[in-house]
Design a protein around this ligand. Structure first.
Ligand code: GCU
Length: 606
């Protein structure tokens, strides 16, 4: 009996970590500010359709799983897997566009990476950081479980200091991208379910007490224009008082020395700066300041812009001035064949097309994009709408689903809350009305405000009724959002030639953003404007929609659907869609369709 107990204790230790061994920590702020070992590059992988590497034939988690990275010790030993003899794929990357056998694959794939480490001089610690893994993953370091994560588009990190050793170390990751009703997103969504370790992996060195988070914003408060106030706050990973935190902004000759309180926090210091000295971030002048935040003897460098964003009645004000958001929606997908975008170069390619369109704003749909996308947009002067994948019909009554959505929202805000160009947090897209939905989304909106009250909250609603060409928006969520945004597809899913007759009833004294409109076209396919899929059809649809939307009272921006044709398993029309949603203004190769120029022309007038 004793032996069984010990065995099961060991098994449980390997499979279900006690938080002591490792565990998910709040995502560290500005991970690129820290010294780290990149674990990007080739990883061995094993496709495990029936999760043989995790469960025994009774579907109980097995202690002899692939996470042990076992090798035969004796000739008679039976080990039926070998990572080192298995193929490799480049990480970050998705398996769908790496291995054509896995193009449609949804299931489990195991990944293994070995690396050498001369142990960090104690007391330094190591955080194992993932930019994102889609969808659910379990991570082991040297056979010991480091942690578990759910959600495919936000970063997470584990403290693995106690699991590492001198010399060769091994990280093994079990990734599963199967879809379930209670997930976020739920079972169906109009984009490709790219699976894998889709963003950077790093082993980050930190001191035992480190800057878990810091925040720099510009207060909306004015004192007649002479000075402005920068708000600075910081939080340590430990509730320890007396730590020195110093903020340096050399270009502003700003140096602030602060000390943490008993909670290990420096709470919102208001630092006055002469207005004539501070350049505000804007699309025309995307000014970023070199900033250093020091904790005791560790210095973290960052690039931060300062601006204010707010609404006044039906206007959106950037730095106190009304702005029209000339936007476009974008999926986080590489051009030329698809695959998850994951580099600064991918970001620059997509964002430069948006700039060519005359945009000052991008809706990063429907989930947080990779960090470089947001940072490159910040450098290029593009404002950002960032969103979590609470998409279509989520399991509103399921508390685990809510916790999952709340965690994704929190991690999205933690990662990007110092980015001046991010102005809108979006909590949902096209969700059906119900009391459960309102409760779920209402709590998310409050969570977003609690975490960050310096930005605007929104979500993509849907037109509620459209009888007799009168389009009404009637959504209880209006009271939770700062900007009323909705998707409408007049000219495509509805009323092809009725755009000129349409009128709108939007009974809210808030700015309006049309978060989606558009239609499909195949680049190079030409014909009469009433012929679906021709460039002329899409061109005409844009013309009619623009004329219609321009009449909407309070219209403060649009993000048409969508910049580039993108992969979707829901789009199966041969020779036209071939698993691509064709609503792009550019093809997957970046070829500009006629409607591209119609939108640019309109934006030139804004
Ligand atoms: C929806 C949805 C998008 C989708 C688009 C379409 O509105 O939000 O994710 O791709 O419509 O039908 O093309």
């Amino acid at each position: 009996m004793k032996f069984i107990q010990t065995l099961s204790a060991i098994v449980l230790g390997m499979l279900f970590p006690t938080m002591a061994t490792a565990g998910t920590l709040p995502v560290i702020q500005n991970v690129d500010g820290y010294e780290s070992l990149s674990l990007n590059g080739p990883w061995n992988y094993i496709v495990d359709v029936q999760e043989e590497g995790y469960y025994d034939y009774r579907m109980n988690p097995t202690p002899w799983g692939f996470f042990r990275n076992a090798k035969p010790q004796k000739p008679e030993d039976l080990i039926e897997y070998d990572f080192d003899l298995s193929p490799t794929m480049q990480i970050p990357g998705d398996w769908n566009t790496h291995d054509e056998r896995l193009f449609f694959y949804e299931g489990t794939v195991w990944f293994k990476k070995s690396f050498n480490l001369s142990p960090a001089p104690s007391p330094l610690k190591h955080l194992l950081y993932f930019g994102a893994v889609n969808y659910e993953c379990r991570v082991w370091v040297n056979g010991q479980q480091a942690g578990h994560h759910v959600g495919g588009f936000t970063p997470f990190n584990f403290d693995v200091s106690d699991l590492l050793k001198e010399g060769e170390n091994t990280v093994i990751v079990k990734v599963d991208n199967k879809r379930h009703a209670e997930d976020v997103p739920t079972q169906i969504f109009d984009w490709w379910n790219y699976g894998g370790i889709t963003r950077d992996v790093k082993l980050v060195k930190v001191t035992p007490v480190y800057l878990e988070d810091y925040s720099l914003t510009l207060s909306r408060k004015e004192d007649g224009g002479r000075t402005k106030e920068i708000c600075f706050s910081a939080k340590l990973n430990k509730a320890e008082a007396g730590h020195e935190v110093t903020l340096f902004i050399p270009e502003l000759r700003l140096e602030e020395h602060l000390t943490t309180d008993a909670n290990g926090e420096v709470k919102s210091e208001r630092i006055k700066v002469k207005s004539n000295r501070l350049q505000l971030w804007s699309p025309e002048n995307p000014k970023l300041y070199q900033v250093q935040v020091c904790l005791d003897s560790t210095t973290i460098a960052d690039q931060i812009g300062f601006r204010t964003i707010e609404t006044r009645d039906k206007q959106i004000l950037l730095n106190g001035q009304p702005i029209f958001l000339k936007g476009i929606s974008i999926h986080n997908e590489k051009p030329n064949g698809g695959g998850r975008a994951n580099s600064a170069e991918d970001a620059r390619t997509l964002l430069s097309w948006a700039k060519e369109l005359g945009c000052n704003f991008v809706r990063l749909a429907h989930y947080p994009h990779h960090e470089e996308m947001v940072r490159e947009a910040e450098k290029m002067g593009l404002l950002v709408w960032s969103e979590i994948p609470v998409y279509w019909t989520i399991a509103w009554k399921n508390s685990k689903t809510y916790e999952n959505a709340r965690q994704q929202l929190t991690d999205m805000i933690i990662r990007d809350h110092n980015r001046a160009n991010v102005i809108i947090w979006s909590i949902a897209n096209e969700t059906p009305h119900s009391a459960e939905r309102d409760d779920f989304l209402g709590r998310l909106a409050q969570q977003a405000r609690t975490l960050d009250n310096s930005r605007l909250i929104s979500m993509a609603m849907e037109v509620t009724s459209a009888a007799n060409y009168v389009n009404r928006l009637n959504d209880n969520m209006n009271k939770y959002v700062d900007v009323v945004s909705f998707n409408q597809y007049i000219g495509w899913y509805r009323d092809v030639n009725d755009a000129p007759k349409m009128t709108w009833e939007i009974p809210y004294n808030k700015p309006v953003i049309i978060s989606e409109f558009g239609g499909g076209a195949k680049y190079g396919y030409h014909g009469p404007k009433n012929q679906r899929w021709t460039e002329e059809f899409q061109e005409n649809l844009y013309r009619e929609n623009i004329a219609m939307l321009d009449k909407i009272d309070g219209l403060s921006g649009t993000t048409p659907w969508i910049l580039k044709d993108f992969r979707s398993p829901r789009r199966v029309l041969p020779h036209v869609q071939d698993f691509y949603n064709m609503k792009g203004l550019v093809s997957d190769k970046g070829e500009k369709k006629k409607a591209f120029f119609v939108l640019r022309q309109w934006y030139d007038t804004k």
